[in-house]
Design a protein around this ligand. Structure first.
Ligand SMILES: NC(=O)c1ccc[n+]([C@@H]2O[C@H](COP(=O)([O-])OP(=O)(O)OC[C@H]3O[C@@H](n4cnc5c(N)ncnc54)[C@H](OP(=O)(O)O)[C@@H]3O)[C@@H](O)[C@H]2O)c1
Length: 247
């Protein structure tokens, strides 16, 4: 399948799900632009993509998705493009309401919801009229487990925004994926030993019995980018975590 005339911008494409999405879409013939805040991580991601398959059309830019001026500069420099994928995030955020700190709420609101909305807004001038936007929520939006009040609320907001924007920005398509626990650097804030326990606990709460891989979420994003008749959809990619299976 050749899409050499189509360009995709991936905010958050320097790690995890965004990086796997860049790899998948490059393999499918898209031209890809990846962006993240950290220059070193950006350089490393471009190197990784080139090492996997040399010579594919990928470029990168250091941009903070919470900064309107940086976003405006990015989209002005890039010009017209076809698909926007946003995989930016703040990590952590598991807390009970009793322990919730106002700064943590601000950090997550800014890093997830605000970043998504500002990025889509900044892209409107150059995203083609028949193009698409794919956002990333999380299974926490569907769960009611104690400790998920902040993550669940943030991801519900992003998933809800995707449906509303599908109507507001039509005929551009807007969708979201809703991943379960996926093994990516998102989890690096947990010390290594505890991380293995956390992922094992999460795996036990899925129907398929394991955490997901970034490539599996990228595959779902690829579907939402490519299927021109799908819009306003939140697609779970969670191994059945939302089904409340007891193992
Ligand atoms: N991993 C999971 O278990 C899981 C589960 C459910 C949902 N999700 C969601 O999936 C999405 C991708 O997560 P991931 O696991 O791939 O995380 P990740 O490996 O930590 O990647 C996050 C990416 O976003 C970039 N980023 C973060 N804040 C940014 C900002 N303000 N501006 C620009 N870039 C920014 C990071 O680069 P810099 O730090 O250099 O900016 C990095 O490239 C997120 O929305 C996350 O909430 C993940």
């Amino acid at each position: 399948m050749a899409h050499t005339s189509e360009r995709v911008v991936i905010l958050g494409g320097t790690s995890g799900i965004g990086l796997a999405t860049a790899d998948l879409l490059l393999d499918r013939g898209y031209e890809v632009v990846i962006a993240g805040r950290n220059e070193e991580r950006l350089t490393q991601a471009l190197k990784t993509l080139d090492t996997r398959t040399p010579g594919r059309p990928v470029t990168g830019k250091a941009v903070d998705a919470t900064d309107s001026e940086q976003l405006a500069a990015l989209f002005t420099e890039l010009g017209a493009f076809d698909h926007l994928v946003i995989t930016v995030t703040r990590n952590g955020g598991f807390t009970s309401l009793a322990d919730l700190e106002a700064d943590e709420v601000r950090r997550h609101s800014e890093g997830k919801l605000l970043a998504h909305l500002l990025t889509v807004q900044a892209a409107l001038g150059t995203l083609r009229g028949d193009g698409s936007v794919t956002l990333v929520g999380a299974v926490s939006a569907q769960l009611s487990a104690p400790g998920l009040v902040l993550l669940g609320a943030m991801n519900s907001a992003v998933e809800s925004a995707s449906r509303i924007l599908a109507a507001e920005l039509a005929p551009r398509r807007v969708n979201a994926v809703s991943p379960g626990v996926i093994e990516t650097p998102w989890w690096d804030w947990i010390p290594e030993e505890a991380r293995a326990d956390t992922l094992a606990g999460a795996a036990a709460a899925t129907a398929v019995g394991r955490p997901g891989r970034a490539e599996e979420v990228a595959h779902a994003i690829g579907f939402l980018v490519e299927n021109a008749y799908v819009t306003g959809v939140v697609l779970p990619v969670d191994g059945g975590a939302r089904l409340n299976v007891q193992r």
